[in-house]
Design a protein around this ligand. Structure first.
Ligand code: C5P
Length: 306
């Protein structure tokens, strides 16, 4: 074998209900994830040492990406190697398409893809249960990046239950030129909502809307408890959402902890039209890219094995 390539998707949260933080500092979540067709690839080939490189598209600033030794892929490799008592070896390349620190779980996608790629490279035959448990150690969103599709997330987001989703949902994504730190947004949530309920708001109505396959119904029920704190920290996001809705989006929301904003559309054509209308100056501020993606798509999966 010379290399395996594993692809893993970005996620958006159709519903992100956040409760008051527990003793461990994490917030209990009731969330509905959707994997969308904006993916990072992780290619792993044999080597006597460990090496990690990252390539980015022209529009993406590579400066924010943690380098060799500090990337979540290093942690994923170290965990998997320790789990099997193997040496951590490989020549690994991450090919990014998912914005960094964007609220789209790009790092989690890389970690999930690395687990699957290195499992193959090392012929480790890790069970699905073990892979999910290792993923949960790497981050709250990593198990979902393995599972993909549309899924309910509970616990701190790491307990994933797949949901039957027959719809094809079209999204326009507007990343920001400046990332937003997830812990910072959660801390701001705590400041704005000191009396948040212990149990996060449920997702039942949203799940009914997903089952309806009707984007107009889904648009009404999209919900993100981190949106207010994110906009309070970054008022430009509020202006961007207004602009997208004025340009005809069914609804715009902040994705996860932001700063990427996502706009639900009725169809592929509608999404392309909206992306064109928003252009790169979506709110009077320059945006690095305006992207179109649909969901749900598969979780981390092998795309090349040579
Ligand atoms: O699990 P992950 O590493 O993605 O979490 C990053 C940070 O986001 C945590 O350190 C914590 O500050 C915050 N977080 C949280 N509650 C969650 C998930 C994440 O407070 N359910």
């Amino acid at each position: 074998m010379t290399a395996v390539t594993v692809r893993a998707p970005a996620k958006i949260n159709l519903h992100l209900g956040v409760g008051a933080p527990g003793a461990d500092g994490f917030h209990p979540l009731t969330t509905v994830y959707q994997a969308i067709g904006l993916c990072d690839d992780v290619t792993a080939g044999p080597s006597l040492d460990w090496d990690l490189a990252v390539t980015v598209p022209a529009w993406m600033d590579a400066a924010g990406i943690p380098l060799l030794g500090e990337n979540i892929v290093d942690r994923a490799a170290a965990l998997l190697a320790a789990h099997h008592d193997l040496a951590m070896t490989g020549e690994v390349v991450i090919t990014k398409a998912i914005p960094v620190a964007g609220g789209l779980a790009g790092g989690s996608a890389d970690a999930a893809a690395a687990l699957v790629a290195l499992d193959r490279l090392w012929a480790a035959a890790t069970s699905d249960d073990d892979l999910l448990a290792l993923a949960a150690l790497l981050g709250s969103d990593v198990p979902f990046a393995l599972v993909g599709g549309t899924a309910l997330g509970t616990g701190r987001g790491e307990v994933v239950t797949p949901i039957d989703d027959r719809g094809t949902w079209w999204w326009v994504l507007v990343p920001s030129d400046e990332g937003l730190s997830t812990p910072k947004v959660y801390r701001h949530f705590d400041k704005l909502f000191p009396d948040a309920p212990a149990t996060p708001p449920p997702a039942d109505a949203l799940l009914d809307a997903v089952a309806s396959e009707d984007p107009l119904r889904l648009a009404e029920l999209l919900h993100n408890d981190l949106q207010l704190p994110a906009i309070d920290l970054r008022p430009d996001l509020g202006r961007l959402i207004d602009r997208g809705q004025n340009e005809g989006a069914l609804r715009g929301i902040v994705s996860g902890s932001g700063p990427t904003c996502v706009f639900l559309c009725e169809s592929a054509d509608h999404a392309r039209d909206l992306a064109g209308a928003l252009g790169h100056h979506a709110d009077g501020r320059e945006h690095p890219a305006v992207l179109v993606a649909n969901g749900p798509v598969a979780g981390a999966h092998l795309v090349e094995y040579v």
